[in-house]
Ligand binder design. Sequence first.
Ligand code: GDP
Ligand code: IMO
Ligand code: MG
Length: 426
Amino acid sequence: MPNTILVGSQWGDEGKGKIIDVLTSQADVIVRFQGGSNAGHTVIAEGKKYVLHLIPSGILHPGKLCVIGNGVVMDPLDLLKEIDMLREQGIDLEGRIFISDRTHMVMQWHRALDSADEARRSDAKKIGTTGRGIGPAYGAKMGRTGFRVGDMLSPGFLDNVRSDTEDANKILVSMGAPELDVEEMVATYKSASDLLNKYITDSVSFINNADRDGKSILLEGAQGTMLDIDFGTYPFVTSSNPTAGGACTGSGLSPRKIDRVVGVIKCYTTRVGAGPFPTELFDEMGEQLRAVGGEFGATTGRPRRCGWFDAVVGRYSAMVNGVDFWAMTKLDVLDGMETVKICTAYERDDGKIYDVFPADLSVLSRCKPVYEEMSGWMSKTSDITRYEDLPLKARAYVERLVELIGGQLGILSVGPARETTLRLGL
Ligand code: GDP
Ligand code: IMO
Ligand code: MG
C-alpha cells in the first residue's frame, strides 16, 4: 500500500479506528501523529470491541508495528492502562509498540489544569474538553517547558518532576483546585518510566528507515478537521493539527513521501463538546441518529450532538487535507429514515451565501444551513457486501454527497465490524 495519511473530516468520531483497522492489513507501520488520550478509536475485531486512545488502531493485526509519533501528547499512565487492557485481551504486543523519544508527555498536573480551567470558564466559554490534559500539555510544549518521553532516560528526570509539580501546585491553588501530592507524583513517574523505558525509540529514523526499506506507512489522525487548532471552529477546538499537514510534523515523514490522503467522513454529522454546529438537530430526528448510531463518546461517554450531513464541512476538509479518497461511514444508520437532508451551503441572515466554511464564528452564528432533501431507502444496508447491490436510493445519496464534496469514494462502511465494509479502490 502507498504511504497514506488518514484524517477525520468532521468533528471527530467519524469511524477512523474502524477504517485504520481495515487498511492495516495492507500496511506495515501505523503511526499516530497527534492528539492524546482525548481520542477514542473503536475497533470491532472478531466480535470483540476495543477502544484505543493512544496506541494506533492497527495493533489488532498481528505483526504490524505501531508508533506513537512525536506529535502526540502521551499520558504515560493512560498508555500503561491501554497496554494492560490489550494484554488482558490476549493481544501479542512483543516488539510492536514504539514511542518517539520526542513525544511530549501529558503530566498529571496538565489534567488537573485542564479541569480547573474548564471549571472556571463561564458557560458560554466552556469548551467541553475531554479532561485529558491536552491543552495544558501542548501549551507546555509550545511554551518550551514540557517533558519529552526521552527525558525519562535522563538522571535529572525525577528532580524535574518534583520541581514542576511544586510549580503546578501554585497555579492549581490560585485556580481554587486541590494540590497534587509531590512525592506521590515522583513515585508515579518513577514507576511509569521503569515500565515504559523499553518502548522509547528514535521514531524519526525508525519511520524513515521503514520507508527507505519499502515498508508501507499508515499515518493515523485523531479528532478531525473542524477540531484543528488552525482550521477548526476556534476556540472550540483541540490543541493540535489533526489535518494532513500535522501528519508530517507529527511523524517526521516528509510531505514528499506521502502518496495519498484518505478522509474519513460520516454520512451525517456529530460533535461532542461545545461550539458551533450548523446542521445540529434538536428534534426527534437528532435523537434517532444518536440512538441508532450509538452516538455516545468513546472516551467520556457523553451523548454526541447529531445533525445532517454538511457538505460545506466536507468541501472544506477536502481542500485543507487534499483528500484523494473518502472512507464514508455509517450509511446503515440512515436506513430507517423516510427522507434525508444534505446541507449544501450556509445562508446568512442578509441573504449572503457561504459555500466555504467561514473563520468568523459571529458570521456562522448568523447563518442557517441550506438543505436539499432526498428520499430515504428504508431498507437494511448492513448485510450488503457489494456496492452495486445497495438500494438505488442509498447509492443516489452517497453519490450526491461525493458530488458535493469532490474527490473519490474509496470505502463505504455499512456497519461497525470489519466485514461490513465495501471496498471501492482503497
Ligand atoms: P473514531 O474516533 O473516528 O475512531 O470513531 P469512534 O470509534 O469514536 O466512533 C465511531 C463509532 O461508530 C464506533 O462505535 C464504531 O464502532 C462505529 N462505526 C464505525 N463505522 C460504522 C458503520 O459504518 N456503521 C455503524 N453502524 N457503526 C460504525
Ligand atoms: P477522536 O479521535 C470527538 C473534542 C472535545 C472538545 C474539544 C477539545 O475519537 O475522533 P480536548 O480534550 O481535545 O482539549 O477537547 O475537542 N474532542 C473530540 N471530539 N472525537 C475526538 O477524538 C475528540 N477529541 C477531542 O469534546 O470539544
Ligand atoms: Mg472517537
